[in-house]
Ligand binder design. Structure first.
Ligand code: AHM
Ligand code: MG
Length: 336
């Protein structure tokens, strides 16, 4: 009967965030409004990504492309959409985007109390071949509304009030934490709504997968090399781990969160700080990992304790299942 075919009580992301808000008597709904603008940005990007393969034919916006008219690149377009959505929310004051060299300070009339650091479209090398890409975001609260400075976004990751990512893959999934666990929502294209499909995500304590760009192995430091060797040739009688590497952080982290294991982008001799950016890649993903019961380590310390000094700073990162990251920490401690 009907009940089998249709779920009739849908937990949309807006309903979820409103519920969360009502648990805090001091909340005035600002975060809810901010998140709804982020959700709008994600829906726009999801729709543009779906059309990306057709862009030459119909144009990204869907209109017929006049051949002469140069199409805006998807990452540039996504950035514009997010910046405008965030500014117009009236709830932000500083924005840091991977696409913009400088931070954006919102004009005083539109200012709110949140800072958002984001990568509007991460994994851009995967766009043209139709592989999963994503948006990553982290949200801080400003310290003093009258005196907004860059210091407001140069806070350790543990000060974040919310973080998440949206993956544009075989389905479009938004994973969010407001500091009270991790939940996943899948976009129902017929409704245009994100519906709660992955409540209270917990990462397995130990996993069977490692995820790294092994092409960089020649330049790895000793603990990284030892760890990967142990994944392939375990000495304790356990089975070797499988290797999975997409090269899109959002997709690699999403799989790690759901299936367990570790994702690493370590330091190497050529890039002593690794590749991934602290504010809008390392911090949000580390926040989600910890909220899901996993951990995140830089090779030196808990990733969320790091205090960034520049907005586009990079850091090595090892994140995932608690036990697997514990093993990596052990290898670094041995070397020290
Ligand atoms: P991008 O900002 O140029 O897209 O680079 C970020 C991406 C991440 O999504 C991914 O984890 C990493 O770069 C992959 O790097 P590599 O190609 O060196 O393995
Ligand atoms: Mg990126």
């Amino acid at each position: 009967h009907e009940a089998d075919a249709y779920r009739t009580d849908l937990m949309t992301i807006t309903r979820y965030v409103l519920n969360e808000q009502s648990r805090n008597p001091e909340a005035r709904g600002d975060l809810t409004i901010l998140l709804s603008h982020i959700v709008l940005g994600c829906k726009f990007v999801a729709s543009a990504v779906n059309k990306a393969g057709l862009a030459k034919l119909i144009g990204l916006a869907g209109e017929t492309n006049v051949q002469a008219k140069e199409q805006k690149k998807l990452d540039v377009l996504s950035n514009e959409v997010f910046v405008k959505a965030l500014v117009s929310s009236g709830r932000t004051c500083v924005l840091v985007s991977e696409e913009d060299e400088e931070a954006t300070f919102v004009e005083p009339a539109l200012r709110g109390k949140y800072c958002v650091c984001f990568d509007p479209l991460d994994g851009s090398s995967n766009i043209d071949c139709g592989v999963s890409i994503g948006t990553i975001f982290g949200i801080y609260m400003i310290k003093d509304k009258e005196n907004v400075t860059l210091e407001d976004v140069l806070q350790p990751g543990k000060n974040m009030v919310a973080a998440g990512y949206c993956m544009y893959g075989s389905s479009c999934t938004l994973v969010l934490s407001t500091g009270n666990g991790v939940n996943g929502f899948t976009l129902d294209p017929s409704l245009g709504e994100f519906i709660l499909t992955h409540p209270d995500i917990k990462i397995p304590n130990k996993g069977k997968i490692y995820s790294v760009n092994e092409g960089n192995a020649k330049n790895w430091d000793e603990p990284t090399a030892k760890f990967v060797e142990k994944c392939k040739f375990p000495k304790d009688g356990s089975s070797p781990k499988s290797l999975r590497y997409i090269g899109s952080m959002v997709a690699d982290v999403h799989r790690t969160l759901l299936y367990g294991g570790v994702f690493l982008y370590p330091a190497d001799k050529k890039s002593p700080n690794g590749k991934l950016r602290v504010l809008y890649e390392v911090f949000p993903m580390s926040f989600l990992m910890e909220q899901a019961g996993g951990q995140s380590f830089t090779g030196k310390q808990r990733a969320l304790d790091l205090i960034p000094t520049k907005i586009h700073e990079r850091s090595p990162i090892f994140l995932g299942s608690y036990e697997d990251v514990e093993e990596i920490k052990g290898l670094y401690a041995e070397q020290a």
